[in-house]
Design a protein around this ligand. Sequence first.
Ligand SMILES: [Zn+2]
Length: 158
Amino acid sequence: MNPTIPLLEWKISSNLKASRIIQNQEGLPAYNCKCEWCVFWKLNYFEILPEALMAQMKRLGVDLLNPTDLYKFGGTKQEPELRITYHTVGKVLEGPSVWVENELGNYLSYYLIPNYNHIGVVLMTASSSSAFHPSYSGTSGEVLIIDLRLKITDNKNV
Ligand SMILES: [Zn+2]
């Protein structure tokens, strides 16, 4: 039986063993990356992410120090907006739908963390995202993407 572990409003049946294996593999986009933002993230993520979220991600086998991918997608030099993706293996049992439909079609809706409204999170199967993801060929769960978009608002280190 895989344990059920919460991630914010979601509940995941977690394949912890497989999750640990897919972390920080050679070939992942951010693997051993020494770019400005990867280095910044490694030095600061623990002051940026809510503690409760970090604890949940660790329980899901996520290696917080080593995201799958990370890049700056907007903002300014002083207040960059970063996209950080992590992956875990399991099955989403319940939680907010990340797809919203309107007259323009379907779009991804980032869940904003209460009291941390500058951090948006999407949790979904990696196969329904175009983002690069590590592979898992077992049958107990599938690769899930934890997709974070956030604005660094107090960026003293740059
Ligand atoms: Zn990098």
